[in-house]
Design a protein. Structure first.
Length: 102
């Protein structure tokens, strides 16, 4: 009886790690294809924009501020303020990240 149970359990155990590895690779692939907007902004700096007040998270960026597009990324754009990239949600023009410049 013990021998009959051990063979199916061994087979099941052998299948699970491979299944998990395939699932992990599948899940990781789409993330690897997405662009890191912050890193793109760091690698592609633009001239500083002039604002009356420093940008803050969640605040709207005035229409007068030109937003630089990110390669293959339609949801976010960026501009620079005092040497720091500022990431903006294009649909709302709200600030989603203020990073540290080089």
């Amino acid at each position: 009886m013990l021998r009959r149970l051990s063979v199916p359990l061994l087979l099941l155990g052998a299948m699970l790690p491979g299944t998990g590895a395939v699932a992990a690779q599948t899940a990781a692939k789409p993330e690897g294809q997405r662009i890191n907007v912050y890193q793109y902004a760091i690698d592609n700096p633009v001239e500083d924009s002039h604002l009356k007040n420093a940008p803050i998270l969640g605040a709207s960026v005035p229409e007068a501020i030109a937003l630089a597009p990110c390669q293959d990324e339609k949801a976010y754009a960026y501009f620079y303020y005092q040497g720091q990239p500022v990431i903006v949600d294009r649909s709302t023009r709200s600030v989603v990240r203020i990073g540290q410049g080089r």
